[in-house]
Design a protein around this ligand. Sequence first.
Ligand code: IPM
Ligand code: MG
Length: 371
Amino acid sequence: MTTHKLLLLAGDGIGPETMAEVEKILAVLNRGEARFETERGLVGGAAIDAHGVPISEGDMALALGADAVLFGAVGGPKWDGVAYEIRPEAGLLRLRKDMELFANLRPAICYPALAEASSLKRELVDGLDILILRELTGGVYFGSPKEIVDLGQGQKRGIDTQVYETYEIERIARAAFEAARTRHGKVTSMEKRNVMKTGVLWNEVVTRIGRDEYPDVRLEHMLADAGGMQLVRAPKQFDVIVTDNLFGDMLSDIAAMLTGSLGMLPSASLGAPDAANGAKRRALYEPVHGSAPDIAGQGIANPIAMIASAAMMLRYSFGLTREADALEASIASVLESGTRTGDIMAPGCRQVGTGEMGDAIAQAFSERLAA
Ligand code: IPM
Ligand code: MG
């Protein structure tokens, strides 16, 4: 029996509450054939409070040694005043960079039961199934210089640097084309080549990879601003969207809202397959929503994005396809039954808290696995 080593980094805000629901899912799995061993670490504000840094060297080492990392959320008003270098988000960015998690998969799926919760009309989002491939270790998030320079006489200059090299675009493009082959065979690449040199290079590299290596996949290009507009005008035209770090951050929040709530969107951040064992790759799974400090500690947060992130882990890190399918189907059936957290509440449904939603999904999951 293989043992899978997980590191749980619950973080701040609603992170610990939603992570507790994932632990119920892991308990169900451990009653079956799979064996998950968990260790816990601190990240974000919780790590700042304990260690003075947003992630300790010890927890970084655990993350690098784990088979997969499950991540909750970081940040909150309590740490607004800390130095920029050690702000809570820096812990997440360091994990992404040091684990070389260049491919961020953000699927936006609209469960039929939630089509009414979307801010768009039902017919625009019903059955929506798109996958955003966000480049995660490059671009303006990490480019240098990144600084504020004092120019004197009350003037300063803030600088961020958007930079991409060929290999970085090639590997995220390949990840997008590979994903499209398992889906509906279409990739839409988004950049701003009309104003950015990185956009010109991005467009050129994605075009070449598509033409030379994936002629069977349909490739289309869109300027990122027009892409945002199309996402809210006719989102079902998309299959896989591939884009850079910053545009991917913004476009995935837009896509999340199409599905009814930011509380619904999971994500997987993957590194390159291991050179020695191609089935293995570094991976971190996290919900797209943040720490939601306004509702933290009240037991009302929606744990579905966190649980669906665990389903992505089963699929992408451990090849546990049956279990991943069962977990996703359990989420869908619980929603179908009218059980809702406040963010996705609808007339005639039953409103529950974080723990009850987790219990309902764990129960449905356990029944499905036994069936
Ligand atoms: C996300 C978040 C992060 C990002 C923050 C918390 C640094 O918004 O994962 O989308 O900007 O990448
Ligand atoms: Mg974001």
